[in-house]
Design a protein around this ligand. Structure first.
Ligand code: ASP
Ligand code: MG
Length: 417
């Protein structure tokens, strides 16, 4: 039998009614002839509550105990779904991460999966078509025998890892949206659902603020070529016509996408801050003296622009950091003033980064140039630019974000008819 992984997030298992709906979705696939592994999140709000309790118990707590606490949310859902499945006549059992096991490193609270053993699952598929209901988000560190968790949103990564381990035909991610959109429909009402998106594009969109899936899960999907299908769990199983392809977005290898558009999507992030260091000494080693201390402070620098020096002695250097690191970044630069030698610092948190993404950019010239023109016609000033093979980003004033997103969305022909 072909194998399928189905993953349900917190809102899809928020209460018993929703869990019953999930069970009927699982039964539908079992009846269609699939051997199924289901990965579940904690019921919505539960993980937040567990995290809050840990903080409340002690602001400074052992990450190993944090993991022991927060891993429990998924345990409850897995058991409840197995009970519900049995209740509608589907052979099922629940599994905790440590029972398979899903082995991870020992970076508690954001562990990485090292190895998944799918042998027992496959054996039970073959012997009795037993559905495996697996608690997402959690794993086991082999050497210490302790429970680990994979970081917030980690059930997506559990699902993709299990799909790779059991060689599933597909990993279906059931969520509260019906797919991946060209941009956020709340900002651009003409955004449309993508039929297919390449792993690399999805990685860019996800890390730039399209919060559909945990970024790591997409990396894993790309490395193991696991086809991921994002679809809605709010559709009633009875309303799905098995003869029609269901609505959703397939995240897959580029080679599976026949008609590649140049631009696939527009992402944006308002959590950016800009820092400009004025009249820095223009001499070798200056960049190192600035970015070294920032790296030591674990501050992620994103865009960097250095002006060509006008007087040959000093220059301006602008870069961006996450807005949550803005104050810390300023302080770090101020502390290193003696070594860096500059006049003063300017900065702002009222900036946003808008990014245009598409693997088609590799083979098309002039994609960015047309954006600069369109933005200037809208009187949107560009503060900084970065480009890479399949994306370019502009930094603009935050108040113009929506306008910029809509302008670019129209420019690249992404508006729905
Ligand atoms: N329950 C965990 C969280 O809320 C993991 C997940 O849902 O993916 O982050
Ligand atoms: Mg999630």
């Amino acid at each position: 039998m072909p194998r399928l992984v189905m993953k349900f997030g917190g809102t899809s298992v928020a209460d018993l009614d929703r869990i019953r709906n999930v069970a009927r979705h699982v039964k539908r696939e079992v009846d269609a002839g699939y051997d199924v592994a289901v990965i579940v999140s904690a019921m919505s709000g539960v993980t937040n509550q567990l995290v809050a309790w840990c903080k409340d118990a002690s602001a400074l707590h052992d990450a190993r105990e944090y993991d022991a606490v927060v891993a429990t949310g998924e345990q409850v859902t897995a058991g409840l779904l197995a009970i519900t499945l049995e209740g509608i006549g589907v052979n099922a059992r629940s599994w905790q991460g440590w029972q398979l096991p899903i082995l991870t490193d020992n970076v508690h609270a954001s562990a990485r999966i090292a190895e998944v053993n799918g042998a027992e699952l496959i054996k039970r598929f073959e012997e009795s078509r037993q559905v495996a209901v697996i608690a997402g988000f959690q794993g086991l560190h082999k050497d210490t025998g302790r429970i680990t968790t994979l970081g917030r949103g980690g059930s997506d990564t559990s699902a993709v890892a299990i799909a790779a381990a059991i060689k599933a035909e597909r990993c279906d991610i059931y969520t509260d949206v019906d797919g991946v959109y060209t941009t956020d429909p709340r900002v651009a009402p003409k955004a449309k659902r993508l039929e297919k998106v390449a792993f690399e594009e999805m990685l860019e969109m996800a890390s730039l603020g399209a919060k559909v899936m945990q970024v790591r899960s997409i990396e894993l999907g790309m490395n193991h070529n696991v086809r991921i299908f994002v679809r809605s769990s709010f559709v009633k199983p009875e309303d799905i016509d098995p003869k029609l392809p269901p609505p959703g977005t397939l995240i897959c290898d580029e080679s599976e996408i026949m008609e590649q558009q140049t631009v696939t999507g527009i992402a944006f992030s308002k959590d950016e801050a800009q820092i400009s260091i004025r009249r820095v000494q223009d001499k070798p080693g200056v960049a190192a003296s600035i970015f070294g201390p920032l790296a030591d402070a674990s501050i992620n620098v994103d865009m960097i622009v250095q002006n060509v020096s006008a007087d040959g002695a000093t220059t301006d250097l602008t870069f961006t950091v996450p807005s949550s690191d803005y104050e810390r970044a300023r302080m770090t630069i101020e502390k290193a003033k003696d070594k860096i030698a500059y006049d003063h610092i300017d900065g702002s948190t009222d900036v946003a980064k808008v990014s245009v993404i598409g693997v088609g950019m590799r083979s098309h010239a002039g994609v960015a140039a047309s954006a600069f023109k369109a933005l200037s016609q809208e009187k949107i000033n560009i503060l900084a630019i970065t480009t890479s093979e399949i994306k370019f980003s502009v930094l603009i004033n935050a108040s113009q974000t929506d306008q910029a997103v809509r302008t670019l969305h129209t420019l690249y022909g992404l508006d729905k008819a």
